[in-house]
Design a protein around this ligand. Structure first.
Ligand SMILES: Cc1cc2nc3c(=O)[nH]c(=O)nc-3n(C[C@H](O)[C@H](O)[C@H](O)COP(=O)(O)OP(=O)(O)OC[C@H]3O[C@@H](n4cnc5c(N)ncnc54)[C@H](O)[C@@H]3O)c2cc1C
Length: 436
């Protein structure tokens, strides 16, 4: 076991979408960036459905063509509800601003590797199989970061600025003991890949489908390799009822949703099944002197709107500007970090209003409403494509959507109250006994 010392301007913890994006941008600006990733790419990761607003970010990073090569084109989303007669398909082209009317479904092992290699190609120093183990911040001086490489090799790195992009490991949030469970939400998931699933036909083959069922909802994500990612996002109490192994539990859960079971009747499970829980949390702050938190390292709520990768990458774009300002104009750092915090809260705040209500009858009725001519519906689709940083442009229509939601809730008061009561009971904490 040997120990080596080195230094860099910016140290990035974690080489997922957030880490690779900020490493690329800062290296392109001439910063000396070192990114440490504990795993080795390509590695499995959940989170395969992207949003149209990811597309301009790919263009700016110079990876649009590579992502296109591995991606399955996604033109919209299908919603399937056992409480409604027929499924509804939402077309991203109906967003108020439809400059980016499509996105991709991707295998994350391939996608994350593209972004990671891009960071190296653009000048960032990257090391895989190297886990950050400890950190010491010193007021007015460089941070001291300890990492452990392959074969137990220890490293000490001096960094002027630290970016935490460690995802759900939430390295800095744990370090400062500032990670809090989301009291308004709680869910768990179980998922795997299937071959032979019956997809939608024609140019909407790549759409994501969402199936509601009694204990939550399922995702159906068609991938370019022919397999389909299937996952159930359920209330924790339901996961707790598991008496069988995870594979059987997933199959039994699918059987509870006849519309999905029908689409999978000739399908075969081709991957291990993974279960994960306790993924709804928020850190107390997104930055401090000489550090910021990006993507899942800061917060995660729920995968229902496929927003995680987009929010992670967008936080990296804002983060790159912030780090640059902190390093080049230290006197303006405080103001820059405050601004950064505002942006970090914006995306989760917009999405969470919808996420917390996704299992209520009023929200289901609005999502299952077929017409797309109204600006109110188009405002909803604008949120679904990830256009959440410019909501001031269509704030009135979003407001009207909320008015309609509350109006519908009042009109069906008894059902709404029952749904809220059920939700309140369902988000209670239970010991999961599953890993993530
Ligand atoms: C069940 C489920 C389904 C989801 N579905 C979707 C979806 O369909 N679409 C979507 O956009 N999002 C989805 N998400 C969310 C998405 O997975 C994340 O939001 C996204 O991956 C966040 O990117 P990130 O770069 O912040 O973190 P990550 O992608 O998790 O990357 C963090 C990286 O840091 C590394 N790391 C961690 N700790 C250390 C350390 N100490 N030292 C060095 N490296 C370290 C990890 O190995 C990892 O590579 C889903 C999430 C869940 C839980």
């Amino acid at each position: 076991m040997s120990e080596s010392e080195s230094s860099c301007e910016v140290l990035v913890i974690g080489g997922g979408p957030a880490g690779s994006t900020i490493a690329t941008l800062l290296a392109q600006q001439g910063r000396d960036v070192l990114m440490l990733e504990k795993a080795k790419h390509p590695r499995f990761h959940i989170g395969e459905s992207l949003l149209p607003m990811n597309m301009p970010l790919f263009e700016q990073l110079g990876v649009a063509e590579e992502v296109k090569r591995i991606g399955m084109v996604k033109l919209g989303a299908e919603f399937v509800s056992p409480w409604h007669d027929a499924p509804v398909i939402i077309d991203f082209n109906d967003a108020l601003d439809n400059t980016y009317p499509s996105a991709y479904q991707v295998r994350r092992d391939e996608f994350d590797e593209i972004l990671f290699k891009n960071a190296a190609n653009k000048g960032a120093r990257v090391i895989e199989e190297c886990k950050v183990t400890d950190i010491k911040f010193q007021p007015g001086a460089e941070a001291l970061v300890d990492a452990m490489g392959k074969d137990g090799q220890k490293q000490r790195i001096r960094a002027r600025f630290v970016v935490d992009a460690s995802g759900r490991d939430t390295f800095l949030s744990n370090h400062f003991q500032m990670k809090h469970r989301n009291k308004k939400h709680n869910s768990a998931a179980i998922f795997g890949h299937f071959s032979g699933a019956k997809r939608l036909e024609g140019d909407i083959e790549g759409n994501i489908s969402l199936f509601w069922f009694d204990h939550g909802w399922f995702w159906f994500i068609p991938l370019a390799d022919g397999n389909t990612s299937i996952g159930a996002t359920c209330w924790p109490y339901y996961m707790k009822t598991r008496k069988t192994d995870t594979t059987q539990f997933l199959l039994d859960t699918i059987a509870m949703c006849p519309a999905l079971a029908e689409r999978l009747k000739d399908a075969k499970l081709v991957s291990p099944v993974t279960a994960t829980g306790n993924f709804s949390y928020l850190s107390e702050r997104s930055s401090g002197e000489n550090y910021i938190l990006l993507g899942d390292a800061f917060a995660f709520i729920d995968p229902v709107f496929s927003s995680g990768v987009f929010l992670a990458m967008q936080s990296a774009f804002t983060g790159a500007e912030t780090v640059e300002q902190c390093l080049s104009k230290p006197r303006e750092a405080e103001r820059a970090l405050k601004e950064f915090d505002k942006v970090m809260m914006q995306g989760p705040t917009v999405f969470s209003w919808f996420i917390y209500r996704i299992t209520t009858p009023a929200m289901r009725n609005l999502l299952m409403y077929k017409g797309t001519e109204s600006r109110v519906k188009r405002a909803l689709i604008s949120v679904l494509i990830g256009d959440v940083y410019r909501t001031n442009r269509y704030g009135f229509w979003l407001f009207m959507f909320k008015v309609m939601y509350y109006g519908l809730s009042l009109a069906n008061l008894k059902a709404s109250i029952m749904a809220w009561r059920k939700r309140k009971r369902s988000i209670r904490v239970v010991e999961m006994g599953v890993t993530g």
